[in-house]
Design a binder for this molecule. Structure first.
Ligand code: JHZ
Length: 395
């Protein structure tokens, strides 16, 4: 990205969500050099060479937000909060995926935008007013013409996936009412650095936002953060509540508290990121040692929850099908495929971890509480999980 100083090189990486079919295994897979950098002026942290949205978010997109109870509950709780606090008449979701958020509202009230047409079809079938479009000014104008302006816009794990942030917020300004509220939710850069979750960087995550970085972009569009919630979801996310500048809503102390936390940790300084890189390199070595040690004893390791994040870990640490026998996952569109780059088979979740398995690499570490609850039997019989955050270990 223009004016970025790169601080981390995660090597050659395939498309994070491009699960391979058996036929694909014979073909040469396209890989992209993944470097991460900071723009010291805006403080935005981003990957070096974003791939076109059309390549990443297509009509074969496998990710479904409804695959975890944690996400479903989070969307449900937020919907209740939104109705109570803001009582909006019309709501728009950018990146509505398979409808986990919009389904908490009446069909007359919500509009969903989802560029992956295979996923958008699901919500359309459910009877929701959804559009298979990328979020840009053209889409905003189109939706506004058909439906009028909206009182609230919500977007979880989507804005960080769009390269042109200026256009994102210009489009938002087109369709958001003057007193409207914008709520954005994405992984937090501070959590990512503190927990060494370098796997938050993959080709879909063009940015990992900090409050200070986001504020610098919002300023250009007369938008202001008036409240921040720190969430545990996806390993630590921030939910930003944003208003148009002239809206008289009071700024809550959470903004200042979070800004100070980020500055105190050093998110404005390059040296902080250089330290992070040192920890990432050490994390790679430790994780690889754990795998090699277990492998040398001929013990079976499987993976649990194949994620975009695990694509980064496996390819960066060179952990392939010689170290992980197979992955299990509840997502239909990932099953009977192979992991990008590392070619590990993915099977349907059989309802529990099979008895011959002793070690499980947790690809979906962000749902560890939910998974540990589900896999009590495995834990009771002495089964162990391998996890890479904050430092790689067996638990
Ligand atoms: P999960 C995706 O990232 C892509 P990923 C995207 N770029 C993004 O930002 C985030 O989501 C939000 C499975 N699973 O949510 C389901 C089980 O099998 O961490 C999923 O395939 N059993 C849009 O891919 C995967 O794990 C379970 O019990 O990093 C989790 O993927 C649970 C809880 C999950 O997203």
């Amino acid at each position: 990205m223009k004016n970025n100083i790169n601080f981390l090189d995660l090597g050659l990486q395939p498309l994070a969500n491009n699960y391979l079919s058996k036929k694909d295994l014979k073909k040469k897979e396209k890989k992209y050099r993944l470097k991460v950098g900071i723009n010291l002026k805006t403080k935005l942290v981003s990957i070096n060479k974003p791939i076109s949205s059309k390549i990443m978010f297509n009509n074969k997109y496998p990710y479904r937000s409804s695959m975890s109870k944690t996400m479903i509950k989070s969307f449900m709780d937020l919907s209740k909060f939104i109705n109570k606090k803001f009582n909006p008449n019309k709501i728009l979701e950018i990146g509505s995926n398979d409808g986990s958020f919009i389904k908490n509202f009446s069909k007359k009230k919500v509009i969903g935008i989802e560029p992956c047409s295979n996923v958008e079809k699901i919500t359309k079938k459910m009877g929701f007013n959804t559009y298979a479009n990328y979020w840009d000014k053209k889409t905003a104008q189109k939706i506004c013409k058909i439906n009028g302006k909206v009182d609230l816009i919500y977007s979880a794990n989507t804005i960080s996936h769009i390269q042109n942030l200026d256009e994102v917020f210009e489009a938002i300004n087109i369709i958001l009412n003057e007193n409207g509220i914008l709520i954005i939710e994405d992984p937090s850069l501070l959590d990512c650095l503190k927990k060494n979750t370098y796997d938050q960087f993959y080709n879909e995550h063009i940015y990992v936002f900090s409050l200070i970085g986001l504020e610098n972009i919002l300023k250009r569009h007369n938008l202001k953060i008036f409240h921040v919630q720190n969430l545990s979801i996806h390993g630590g996310s921030n939910r930003y509540f944003i208003k148009k500048n002239h809206n008289k809503r009071k700024k809550e102390t959470s903004v200042k508290i979070n800004r100070n936390k980020e500055i105190k940790y050093g998110l404005e300084k390059l040296s902080t990121y250089k330290q992070f890189t040192k920890r990432v390199i050490s994390s790679k070595k430790t994780l690889k040692n754990i795998f090699n040690k277990i492998n040398s004893k001929n013990k079976k390791i499987i993976g649990y929850g194949v994620t975009a994040k695990s694509t980064t870990i496996l390819n960066y640490c060179k952990i392939d099908n010689s170290l992980i026998e197979y992955f299990i996952d509840t997502t239909k569109d990932k099953q009977n495929k192979y992991t990008p780059g590392t070619k590990i088979p993915i099977y349907k979740y059989p309802g529990f971890i099979k008895d011959d398995v002793e070690f499980v690499f947790l690809g979906a570490w962000n749902f560890r509480e939910e998974i540990f609850k589900k896999e009590k039997k495995f834990i009771k019989r002495g089964g162990k999980f391998i996890i890479h955050t904050p430092t790689p270990k067996i638990i």
